[in-house]
Design a protein around this ligand. Sequence first.
Ligand code: GSH
Length: 202
Amino acid sequence: MKLLGSDTSPYTRKARLVLLEKGLTHQYLITPPREPGSPVAQHNPLGRVPTLLLDDGTAVYDSPVICEYLDGLNDRPVLIPRGDPVARMRVRRWEALADGIMDSAVVIRLEGLRPPEKQEAATLTLHGNAITRALALAERELGGRAWCEGSALTLADLALVSALLYLDLRQAERGWRAGYPGLAAWSAPVLARQSVRATVTP
Ligand SMILES: N[C@@H](CCC(=O)N[C@@H](CS)C(=O)NCC(=O)O)C(=O)O
């Protein structure tokens, strides 16, 4: 299978981390969707990355669907709990929280690319506040634990670290480590994982 993605896309990073943590054989093709000649829209009508191409040509999108599909391919490790609906919901809820941080950070990024006089302060505030509330909740929920949920790595951790790395890239001035020491402590070993390092320094 092939993952179409881009190195700056946090959703792509999340999918890549699932591929790497589960040791799934794949090709990663860097294909920013807006680059001339990008093949993304041929496979995904939404023209977004990540898009996963299966060997039979099936295109899988968007990142939560990709991650769930990939997690079902093997159980080494299981990243989305199976069987227990509450445990499963909690991991997927972390993913939703992390994806929401990414969504708001992308909106802020796009707004920032507009000429200053056209930027909407209300939009920047709305999404900035959403990120602040989400980070505060993550800090509270983590409560000093090593993993977002349970006693091992799950998709929750991979999604959250992807969101935080995107804040490092696009909102370094936010300085989330200083404001959320619990998140900073949780993130250190996660950032040191081989999978994460492989997506940061190709
Ligand atoms: N909800 C989607 C979001 C994917 C997304 O918006 N990706 C961005 C890159 S970060 C994209 O491809 N945007 C289209 C563009 O840049 O034209 C997912 O989880 O996969």
